[in-house]
Design a protein around this ligand. Structure first.
Ligand code: GLU
Length: 448
């Protein structure tokens, strides 16, 4: 065992003892640690300065109570977090997730991944993430507003345009960002770029809503191109039906691929004629309904309960855009048997460790989340630039920057993989490329 490997295992041992109750966080650390040995072999100063030991410990975690009054006049209490993980290359940046599964393990895994994702964008943003176990499903607008106001009353003490800039994630879209921003402004008396994903009426960036989905498809297109393929006439399954999934489907369609399925947490629809994206938008965005409602208007489509990744049907490209660990157990075998040759992650860590290995071993082109879904946060950073300039760019400007960023990320991770002797392993390439920049930034700033 090399000294570098020994060091990695020592740090892993320590973090897994300290955070033994945080399985998702440990999973993200394990996946990352498995790739970076060659960097440490080349640069023993990173070992000497205990960069990994520092990297796995967030700079700061804020946990707080969010009390609010529901429509029945009862007082409810939720728990919220902000993990300010790493600010070596810029202010903390990352979304807020509202979902009943949110706990410290989830926000730490997301925050940890965000450090390297943000580094890959090439923009000056550090890693952060937050969220709450509040469940927006079935809540009225008034309840969501009161919850957001209460959350921001506390959170505003810890964020700022040059310090920490939250945004959306699962359960947090334009409506929630609007309420959060309104409360921030009321308490601070000023307009500034403290949140991204704002509505266009007051400082939002055009193209931010579409950015993660579009960016995912720009990335995948670059990955396919290198393998001599395109989206044209390919069948694609996209999981999820939220913001990321919807705009990924739209871009696949523009590139003449056919999306035959999408899903929500209850089940999925198969529509071999191609998903009617406007109908999905209508159900999920306007009605805040369930994907099962789709078949009422498209009788040729079929609804199934369960996980779309276990469905047996022939297709070529998989874009998981729902949530963490949605591909586990037998799913990877089914995906391979279905004939899939490319998979790119629109969600954060949708493929568990074992499934990632299975897919890569079977020769499936694998685009890891840190790289493939970085388009959202990249356009968030462009929103920060526009806010600082007090300007709004045109859609073409934002979209062309997004395209360039995603193509550059692909090139960067594929070249890095080659350079470090793991050609074609884009997950390793993303980890190494994302890590190198952050590690040397930390090194140059001393022990802080
Ligand atoms: N939540 C998104 C992500 O996972 C976007 C974060 C942002 O725009 O700050 O990257």
């Amino acid at each position: 065992m090399s000294d570098a490997k020994k060091y990695i295992e020592e740090v892993y041992q320590e973090v897994s003892e300290r955070d033994s109750y945080q399985p998702e966080f440990l999973q993200a650390v394990r996946e990352f640690f498995d790739s970076i040995e060659p960097v440490l072999v080349l640069h023993p100063e990173l070992v000497q300065q205990n960069i990994l030991g520092r990297l796995v410990e967030p700079e700061r975690i804020i946990q707080f109570r969010v009390p609010w009054v529901n429509d029945q006049g009862e007082v409810e209490v939720n728990r919220a977090f902000r993990v300010q993980f790493n600010s070596a290359i810029g202010p903390y940046k990352g979304g807020m997730r509202f979902h009943p599964t949110v706990n410290q393990s989830i926000v730490k895994f997301l925050g940890f991944e965000q450090i390297f994702k943000n580094s890959l964008t090439g923009l000056p943003i550090g890693g952060g993430k937050g969220g709450s176990d509040f469940n927006p499903r079935g809540k009225s607008d008034g309840e969501v507003m009161r919850f957001c106001q209460s959350l921001m009353t506390e959170l505003q003490k810890y964020i700022g345009p040059d310090m920490d800039v939250p945004a959306g994630d699962i359960g947090v879209g334009a409506r929630e960002i609007g309420y959060l921003y309104g409360q921030y402004k009321k308490l601070n008396g000023s307009h500034n770029g403290v949140l991204t994903g704002k509505p266009l009426l007051y400082g939002g960036s055009i193209g931010r809503t579409e950015a993660t989905g579009f960016g995912l498809v720009y990335f995948t297109k670059a990955m396919l191109k290198d393998a001599g393929k395109t989206f044209k006439h390919q069948k694609v399954i996209v999981s999820g039906s939220g913001n990321v999934a919807i705009y990924a489907m739209e871009k696949v369609k523009e590139y003449e691929g056919t999306v035959i399925a999408c899903s929500d947490s209850d089940g999925y629809i198969i529509d071999e004629a191609g998903i009617d994206i406007e109908l999905v938008k209508d159900i999920k965005e306007k009605r805040r309904g369930r994907i099962s409602e789709y078949v009422a208007q498209r009788p040729e489509a079929k609804y199934f309960e369960g996980n779309v990744w276990n469905h047996k049907i022939n297709y070529q490209i998989a874009l998981p855009c729902a949530t963490q660990n949605e591909i586990f157990g037998e799913a990877a075998d089914t995906i391979i048997a279905n004939g899939v040759y490319a998979l790119a992650e629109g969600a954060n860590m949708p493929t568990d460790l074992e499934s990632t290995k299975k897919l890569q071993k079977a020769g499936v082109l694998f685009g890891p989340a840190k790289a493939a879904n970085a388009g959202g946060v990249a356009v968030s950073a462009l929103e920060m630039s526009q806010n600082s300039q007090r300007l709004s760019w045109e859609f073409e400007e934002v979209d062309s920057q997004l395209k360039t960023i995603m193509k550059t990320i692909y090139r960067q991770i594929s070249e890095t993989a080659k350079e470090y002797g793991v050609e074609g392993d884009f997950a390793a390439g993303a980890n190494i490329a994302g890590f190198t920049k952050v590690a040397f930034a930390m090194l140059s700033q001393g022990v802080v």
